[in-house]
Design a protein around this ligand. Structure first.
Ligand SMILES: [Ca+2]
Length: 506
């Protein structure tokens, strides 16, 4: 049963500014203290059915044809993947060599102890699917030699505003070639805003289209609101991006019994799901002490893994596959990658996937589609000058009972008209400043990646509230004095270039 509810949680914080999200909160779960968070298409197995058998990453590799033929030799080496999510935790199963921290644009960036870290548990699960290498369980990501850049925008509760996502996409476009050995060619967006804006003006869709035109394959989750939904989430509803739905694998590595997962959004009008990939009870990396880990302990698999279901997980599988394809065919355009992945898929004979012609990802199938010259899409593009508020829809962050709404970013007043031309020109960012707001350090340059290393491997539990639940009382006693949305500024929010020193996890 699909229920719709609004969750309004007012947290108080002092040095840590931690607004939380109000969201449409459409889930397939009974009400719980912690809903799948705003914006993050993560309906966890812990929410749905923790008794379901896990689908291992090794099974996923077989299902998507990545362990046979030409695909078996591919690792994603030399391909950069940007993960715009809730950050990543330095669990032992995430190899330092494969991870780089981009900026933390989340509300938790204000707390040095939380900066870059995944307090929610979502981003770590995605990272595990793409580049994980967990000695404890043997779980290995699907593109284990890809280079993952984590851009954190979501909090422990998934609180995020669409303007943070837009700033993050702009950042990736600007910095996509900073590491010449691993240029960013893929953006993983296991995310959907609450909005249902017109495609021809929406700023978020404008941002992802600009990324696409810059040569980056944008892979976006269709959403977890169910097959009867009329629309995909934003930006999967954009016609350019690769919109991903999930399959239920039924616990087997054979594809003939795979079916369209019932939680996947399907469109009646607008962009339809492009491709399916395994996304039910996927066993990827656990983030001990994170929100979901504390909330759904029964979803743990051994000590290092965690079952997660959602179009989020399916999206990460496809992002990894795109990295494999781009390793093999580095000159492929995003349009070609999209076309090859879709057309190379496996037919699923059972149920709605078969009747709708939705195929399941197959890497060898995609590799075989050589030479296809896909013309640039002719459908409408977004002007980018629609209202941020329309893009937000019903997803609002709240501070002291005040929603962030209207034409402003989390950092201050901003109109899409001011922003769109700069986004298109790739000048919305200058150093650590986005659209005039100082929101990150200035030290990031094409030569300073080496100083932003990721030294993990000893993570046993979160340092913040290990074993506790992510509830309001954790922040009791702190105040938000002087930090109101209506003021349009975060007083005291100053950054210096040495903020980046915190990027070392050691
Ligand atoms: Ca199966």
């Amino acid at each position: 049963m699909v229920t719709r509810r609004r969750t309004l949680l007012a947290l108080a914080a002092g040095a840590l500014a931690l607004p939380v999200a109000v969201t449409t909160g459409v889930t397939t779960s009974p009400a719980s203290a912690t809903s799948p968070a705003a914006g993050w298409s993560g309906a966890w197995a812990g929410v749905t059915d923790t008794s379901a058998p896990a689908t291992t990453l090794a099974q996923v590799r077989t299902i998507i044809g990545a362990d046979a033929g030409a695909a078996a030799a591919l690792t994603g080496k030399g391909v950069g993947v940007a993960l715009i999510d809730t950050g990543v935790a330095p669990v032992p199963g995430l190899p330092a060599a494969q991870i780089v921290n981009g900026p933390d644009l989340s509300f938790e960036s204000q707390a040095p102890g939380l900066r870059y870290l995944d307090t929610y548990g979502h981003g770590t699960h995605m990272a595990g699917i793409i580049v994980g290498d967990d000695a404890e369980s043997g779980a290995k990501g699907l593109a284990p030699q890809a280079k993952l850049t984590s851009i954190k925008i979501g909090t422990a509760r998934g609180a995020v505003d669409v303007t943070q996502m837009i700033a993050a996409v702009d950042w990736v476009v600007k910095h996509r070639n900073d590491d010449p050995a691993n240029p960013i060619r893929v953006i993983n967006l296991s995310y959907g805003s609450g909005g249902n804006p017109p495609n021809w003006t929406d700023p978020l869709q404008f941002a992802v289209e600009k990324a696409w035109q810059a040569g980056i394959v944008v892979v976006a989750a269709a959403g977890n609101n169910g097959n009867t939904t009329l629309k995909l989430t934003n930006p999967a509803m954009d016609e350019w991006v690769l919109a991903v739905g999930a399959t239920a694998t039924n616990g087997t590595a054979a594809t003939k019994d795979d079916t369209l997962a019932t939680f996947t959004n399907l469109a009646v009008g607008g962009n339809q799901v492009d491709l399916l990939a395994p996304g039910t009870s996927i066993a990827s990396l656990r983030d001990p002490g994170s929100n979901i880990d504390n909330s759904y302990p029964s979803a743990r698999v051994g000590s290092t893994l965690f079952k997660g279901s959602g179009t989020s997980q399916a999206t990460a599988v496809v992002s990894a596959a795109a990295a494999l394809l781009l390793q093999a065919k580095p000159s492929a355009t995003p349009d070609q990658v999209k076309d090859w992945l879709i057309k190379g898929g496996t037919y699923l004979p059972t149920g709605k996937a078969g009747t709708m012609g939705l195929l399941e990802l197959n890497v060898n199938g995609a590799l075989a589609r050589t030479g296809t010259a896909v013309t640039k899409p002719t459908w409408n593009t977004s002007s980018g000058i629609g209202l941020f508020e329309v893009s937000r829809g019903t997803s609002h962050v709240v501070l002291d009972g005040t929603s962030l709404a209207g034409e402003r970013s989390v950092w201050g007043p901003l109109t899409s008209l001011q922003w769109a031309s700069k986004s298109a020109a790739q000048t919305s960012w200058s150093g650590g400043t986005w659209m005039g707001f100082k929101i990150a350090g200035d030290a990031w340059t094409g030569t300073s990646w080496a100083s932003k290393t990721w030294a993990p491997a000893t993570w046993s539990s979160s340092p913040w509230v290990s074993g506790a639940t992510w509830t309001d009382p954790a922040w009791t006693g702190r105040t938000w004095s002087g930090r109101t949305w209506s003021a349009g500024t975060w007083s005291g929010r100053t950054w210096s270039s040495d903020d980046w020193s915190a990027t070392s996890w050691s």
